[in-house]
Design a protein around this ligand. Structure first.
Ligand code: ATP
Length: 306
């Protein structure tokens, strides 16, 4: 296994009777940064995380964490997770709740709690009772809980679910800051824009299967390499452009042509047309989002608009 991989799965599979929740998943998560597990509801994100955490036994396939082939005690203390919201005590303060879990984990100092409360933006409210917290504050306390013991790998399952936009923005910013060279965050989400905003790399799941994985920027670039062109003779231009071997497709649109090709080759496109005395009157690289790519590869919709 490559040194810089924190998680590697090989044909990882989980069946529940006839349901194949995770179907032959082979995924590589590099060290550092925030890695997204993106897919619509029911695509197998939680099941994948649960297997990696040793909470659910795979039906087939294997995985390694930090290069260790199976899940064992030596890796567990290097991992923090929020799969379900931790059961905090409502009448204890945020700090007392953290101290309680710190005790269960066996170790840590009051100084660690100060640092964590500061890190998640709860330094001022740490002594207030948990039940007085907003949903965003509860979620941030959950992140502090997951960060107890300073884990190298954090699993966050839909960490902004059910939150209002302001709370989501706060939590996303915090998550971004947690993915450093030393720490890797695996974040699951059904929200494309969340993954675009927070993650460096992503694996896209659909019905338990891996559809694509790679750097978010690369996937976006792959999906956005389109050039809108208007020429002095669009009908003739279609034949010339589609004959270029680096052009994937040409479609006719209202008032122009849409060329699926690397935007860096726009100059060559102009040159090829002018050789046939067709001149470009307008040329625009078209920005697509990961959302378009996602819809393209999964054929599914984002689910909700949160
Ligand atoms: P969501 O965001 O809705 O939780 P998900 O991408 O996390 O979706 P999973 O929860 O992993 O998806 O579920 C994948 C599939 O496996 C679903 O069809 C789900 O109904 C099924 N599934 C998950 N856990 C179980 C279980 N314990 N028993 C039976 N089926 C299950």
């Amino acid at each position: 296994m490559a040194e810089n991989l924190v998680i590697e799965t090989t044909s990882l599979t989980k069946r529940y009777g006839k349901i194949v929740a995770v179907d032959g998943l082979s995924m590589e998560v590099p060290r550092g940064h925030v890695f997204g597990l993106l897919g619509p509801n029911g695509s197998g994100k939680t099941t994948t995380m649960s297997m990696l955490l040793g909470l659910v036994r795979p039906t087939a396939g294997s995985f390694s964490l930090f290069g260790a082939p199976t899940h064992h005690e030596n890796t567990l203390h290097r991992v923090g997770a929020i799969i379900e919201t931790p059961a905090f005590y409502p009448y204890l303060s945020g700090r007392q709740n953290l101290a309680y879990f710190q005790g269960i984990l066996g170790g840590g100092t009051p100084g660690e709690l100060d640092k964590l409360l500061e890190q998640v933006g709860l330094a001022d409210r740490g002594n207030d009772r948990f039940h007085t917290y907003s949903l965003g504050m509860k979620q941030r306390l959950g992140l502090a809980y997951a960060l107890l013991g300073d884990p190298e790998l954090l699993f966050l399952d839909e960490p902004t679910n059910g939150m209002d936009p302001a709370g989501m923005a706060e939590v996303r910013e915090l998550i971004r800051s947690l993915g450093t060279d030393e720490r890797t965050v695996l974040l699951s989400s059904h929200l494309l824009h969340e993954v675009e905003e927070v993650c460096d790399s992503v694996a896209i799941l659909s019905k338990g299967k891996l559809i694509a994985q790679g750097k978010v920027d690369d996937l976006v670039r792959q999906s956005q390499e389109q050039i809108r062109v208007r020429t002095t003779d669009d009908d003739a231009a279609v034949g010339i452009i589609s004959a270029l071997d680096w052009v994937e497709a040409v479609t006719t649109e209202a008032g122009g042509l849409m060329v699926a090709a690397p935007t860096a080759r726009s100059g060559e496109l102009t040159a090829a047309l002018s050789e046939s005395a067709i001149y470009v009157t307008e040329m625009t690289p078209v920005q697509a989002s990961l959302e378009e790519y996602f819809l393209d590869v999964t054929g599914e919709d984002e689910g909700d608009s949160a």
